[in-house]
Design a protein around this ligand. Structure first.
Ligand SMILES: Cc1ncc(C[n+]2csc(CCOP(=O)(O)OP(=O)(O)O)c2C)c(N)n1
Ligand SMILES: [Mg+2]
Length: 396
């Protein structure tokens, strides 16, 4: 099956993942039949399906917990919309929207422990939210005010990696360090479908398998790498690649927050128990542009977007909550108010960010003084000062 045909709802949605490889988990060396199926616990209509294998992994997710996942997704979507608006208003240079990928990010992000460590790309603002990032920090780089956003150790999440796939090596190296420390935390690398064509991701998988490193490769297959459809670079489901490296993999409905939580918990438990890496392919869809500098109407069939809008991750959880009597008007209003208040905080933080001095660009390049850089800074400051001098002379 070509990648672009492999969508939630196109395979079995019976949810019976209890029997060997047909569970959706690809074991190294296993036959591929059934491996392309998606783990799905909540279907696009909001119907919860029983699952022999994964139900027990989310047995604690009761009504209030489902509501918390819903709130997270609503708030993260609102943050994303506000940041997109800030860019359109000229307050940010660029923004990479995550619209449509909320379930993949919240489901996996909420599975993690505080001492796990995340290495992400630029689109995982929903994961950063789960890690407890200060909202202003996610905007600093996009406003052009800083070279980096936050202290990675403050939330155990590295700042976003823009070099496609590089963070998979960082995560694997960190995970090898976890083994040396004798700890039971886990490193998680988030990357996209396009990143799986990068050497870095493939090299990371070789090392992760060789060292049985406690790392999760969490691939959000959002069907596009800028304007390249996933089917161009992956003629088979991406999850099939990992078993070739000796890494078990699973395909999950990336628009189903509960299923994403379940498969991530399973992978975390495997890693903590010394079982090594897992590759998760979360099949989702980038409903917005690649970034605010992109116009997807130039390369994307509008019908495709319409198909995926019908599988919206928030709408299906809302439908499930509604069927459980957990989405009354008062509650819906309170969630909206929380999302609006969060967006207001984001906007305030953005507008109140202090402008950096031009010479700040030289700070944080090296941890120790560097005479070569000091000389450059000196030249640059004299160059800037020459403008002030010239304007003074001109006004005389
Ligand atoms: C090493 C490298 N090559 C090329 C680019 C340019 N680039 C930026 S985003 C992107 C597409 C990435 O697609 P994917 O991995 O699917 O992630 P998504 O943007 O869909 O989340 C490319 C090629 C880059 N940043 N780094
Ligand atoms: Mg992609």
């Amino acid at each position: 099956m070509a990648q672009d045909e492999a969508r939630p709802g196109s395979g079995s949605t019976s949810g019976d993942h209890g029997s060997g490889p047909a569970s959706g988990t690809v074991h190294p060396g296993a036959a591929h039949e059934g491996a392309d199926e998606l783990v799905q616990l909540i279907d696009p209509h909001g119907v919860r399906h029983a699952d022999v294998r994964y139900d027990e992994l989310v047995a604690d997710v009761d009504g209030p917990a489902l509501r918390r996942l819903y709130e997270d997704m609503v708030v993260v979507r609102r943050i994303d919309a506000e940041a997109t608006a800030l860019q359109r208003q000229g307050e940010l240079a660029l923004w990479p929207p995550l619209l449509g990928q909320e379930a993949a990010q919240i489901g996996s992000g909420r599975a993690l422990r505080a001492d796990d460590f995340v290495f992400s790309s630029y689109r995982e603002n929903g994961v950063a939210y789960c890690r407890g990032v200060d909202l202003t920090d996610i905007l600093r780089v996009w406003r052009g005010n800083a070279s980096s956003g936050w202290d990675p150790y403050s939330i155990n999440m590295a700042t976003p990696q823009v070099i496609i796939g590089a963070q998979s090596l960082h995560a694997t190296g960190y995970a090898m360090g976890i083994i040396h420390d004798g700890a039971d935390s886990v490193a998680v690398a988030y990357f996209g479908d396009g990143a799986t064509s990068q050497g870095d991701v493939n090299e990371a998988m070789v090392f992760a398998a060789s060292y049985q490193a406690p790392v999760i490769f969490f691939c959000q297959n959002n069907h596009w790498a800028i304007s390249e459809p996933v089917g161009l670079q992956a003629h088979v489901p991406i999850a099939r690649r990992a078993p070739g490296f000796g890494i078990p993999s699973v395909r999950v409905d990336g628009n189903d927050v509960l299923a994403c939580l379940a498969v991530t918990r399973e992978a975390l438990a495997r890693a903590r128990a010394g079982g090594g890496p897992t590759f998760i392919e979360a099949v989702t869809y980038r409903m917005g542009p690649h970034t605010t500098a992109d116009d997807p109407t130039r390369y994307r069939d509008p019908n495709e977007l319409e198909d995926w809008a019908a599988r919206d991750p928030l709408a299906r959880l809302a439908a499930l909550l509604d069927s459980l009597g957990l989405l009354d008007a008062d509650y819906a209003d309170s969630v909206k108010a929380k999302a609006d208040a969060t967006a207001a905080t984001l906007r305030e933080g953005c507008l109140a960010m202090p402008e950096p001095a031009p010479s700040d660009v030289f700070r944080h390049v090296y941890s120790e003084p560097n005479s070569w850089l000091d000389r450059q800074q000196d030249h640059y400051e004299r160059y800037l000062a020459s403008f002030a001098q010239a304007s003074q002379e001109g006004s005389r």
